[in-house]
Unconditional design. Structure first.
Length: 96
């Protein structure tokens, strides 16, 4: 009985490891987990916490957004704003 439990535990661990090995970076505007981190987003983007109507509409409060240094780096309806938990800035919608 004890060996069956061990085998099931090992199988479960292997399965979760295989299913969890999605190394594809999250695209811009995709939902992300680690606010202030760039490692899970595509190159040139950072996981940013959103608030306001944009976040409420999608249900996602963290999304990968383009990195920036100044407003000129962003689209017309966006501003270059700082991100909590770090010294990076991202292009965030003006309605935030």
């Amino acid at each position: 009985m004890r060996s069956k439990v061990l085998v099931l535990a090992v199988q479960s661990l292997l399965l979760s490891t295989l299913l969890g090995c999605d190394d594809e970076p999250i695209p811009v505007n995709g939902a992300c987990q680690e606010q202030g981190q760039t490692s899970e987003c595509v190159d040139g983007a950072v996981c940013t916490n959103l608030s306001g109507s944009d976040a409420e509409a999608t249900g996602d409060t963290n999304r990968c957004l383009p990195l920036c240094d100044r407003d000129d780096d962003c689209a017309e309806n966006e501003g270059c704003r700082g991100i909590s938990r770090g010294n990076l800035k991202s292009c965030q919608p003006d309605d935030l």
